[in-house]
Design a protein around this ligand. Structure first.
Ligand SMILES: *Cc1c(COP(=O)(O)O)cnc(C)c1O
Length: 386
């Protein structure tokens, strides 16, 4: 049994997007300023079930296509990746709860160290096991989320460096406004990170990898590339708004489709769906599509969003229900079973995650991440069929 609403994940598109990002940062490595001259590595960000695309198949495809490292939000996600067979290093971005630290060792995960107390807990867990664990030290350069404050490092970091079982392999920071070209903070944070690097060098952290750039920073400023970049959204084929990256030629990795389950005439003066708010003085024809807010469709799509049907855009009308939406198909000869595209391409038309985000007033990350667990994911690789 399969429900008609399915997300198709195009593994070939993920691989293509990774290669395009690699080509950009490798070709432009000289732009990133003086450094070792080495090519920046790519840390593929696959947190939140790979932005809703499915962590295991996505990570395996990206590993095969050359991702150097992976990053995810917490230990559970890291364990999922390891158990799926990922062999490359896996960085955990988030703060770790003390009770779970055994997974760092059993599944060879790389923690982020953001506070002295977190470092102490990891040191103790490593010492118990007679292990030395590599970690990435996070510097907070202005986001005020996780990380050692950039202006306080000489007081907070020496304790970590004195630890015998914790080894700092890399240092990193995260930008708060990389997708806001008008904000001065990207540049400010970048300069703070450079000064933090110098301060940490004076404390003895030298020759370690540095990374900072999410998708937006990576597109905007080659000086943020350092030794590795950390794209998420770009790998899934979505450019962070308001930025443009036509040259990069990315391909959306996910499409979402369904099938009409019923077609119905609505008479003049009648409405449809909860509240009956969509009313007309002319008779209309509506199609019922079995996908609703429980599948991750936003309720704000009512009266604003579109689907593709027979290659044309059609309006979502009436309230979005838990399991269904209604689409105005007046004048179109449609039948139950016809394909409906909610995200993706049909004929010459396309509805992107970025378009949906802009229609409902949110960000494209949210549109893809919230796709419901009820939706089946189908993995295809067009490249392998040829
Ligand atoms: C999510 C995340 C990224 C990737 O962000 P995108 O905008 O999707 O490229 C990079 N670094 C950190 C620390 C993150 O949390």
């Amino acid at each position: 049994m399969t429900r008609p609403t399915v997300a198709t994940v195009h593994l070939d598109a993920l691989e293509h997007n990774l290669r395009r990002v690699c080509a950009l940062v490798h070709a432009g490595a000289s732009l990133s300023g003086p450094g070792s001259g080495a090519r920046p590595k790519v840390i593929a960000v696959v947190k939140a079930n790979a932005y809703g695309h499915g962590a295991a198949p996505v990570a395996l495809a990206l590993e095969a296509a050359g991702a150097d490292l992976f990053a995810c939000a917490d230990l559970e996600e890291g364990v999922t990746l390891r158990e799926a067979g990922v062999t490359r290093p896996i960085l955990i971005f988030g703060a770790l709860s003390v009770s779970d630290l055994g997974y760092l060792f059993s599944h060879q995960l790389t923690p982020t160290v953001s506070t002295p107390s977190a470092a102490r807990a990891i040191e103790a867990a490593a010492a118990t096991r007679g292990a030395v664990i590599g970690c990435h030290l996070k510097v907070d350069t202005g986001m005020n989320r996780l990380g050692f404050r950039h202006d306080n490092l000489t007081r907070t970091v020496p304790e970590v460096l004195a630890m015998l079982h914790v080894r700092v392999e890399a240092i990193y920071t995260h930008f708060a406004t990389a997708d806001q070209p008008e904000s001065p903070w990207l540049e400010e944070q970048r300069q703070r990170f450079d000064r933090a690097t110098a301060a940490l060098g004076a404390l003895g952290i030298r020759g370690v990898q540095r990374h900072a750039a999410n998708s937006a920073a990576l597109l905007r400023d080659a000086r943020t590339w350092y030794d590795a970049v950390r794209p998420g959204l770009l790998l899934y084929g979505v450019v962070p708004p308001p930025l443009a990256a036509a040259d990069l030629d990315l391909r959306p990795a996910l499409s979402l489709s369904s099938r009409i389950v019923a077609v119905k005439g609505v008479r003049a003066g009648e409405g449809t769906s909860y509240g009956l708010s969509w009313q007309n003085d002319q008779p209309r024809t509506i199609a019922i599509v079995p996908a609703g807010y429980a599948d991750g469709l936003d309720t704000r799509l009512a009266g604003r969003g579109h689907v593709l049907l027979r290659g044309r855009r059609r309006s979502i009308v009436g309230a979005v229900c838990m399991d269904m939406i209604m689409v105005d198909v007046t004048g179109e000869d449609v039948s139950p079973g016809d394909e409906v595209v909610l995200i993706g391409r049909q004929g010459d038309e396309e509805i992107s995650a970025r378009e949906i985000a802009s229609v409902i007033g949110t960000i494209p990350w949210e549109v893809v991440c919230r796709l419901g667990s009820r939706i089946g994911r189908i993995y295809v690789n067009e490249a392998m069929r040829q």
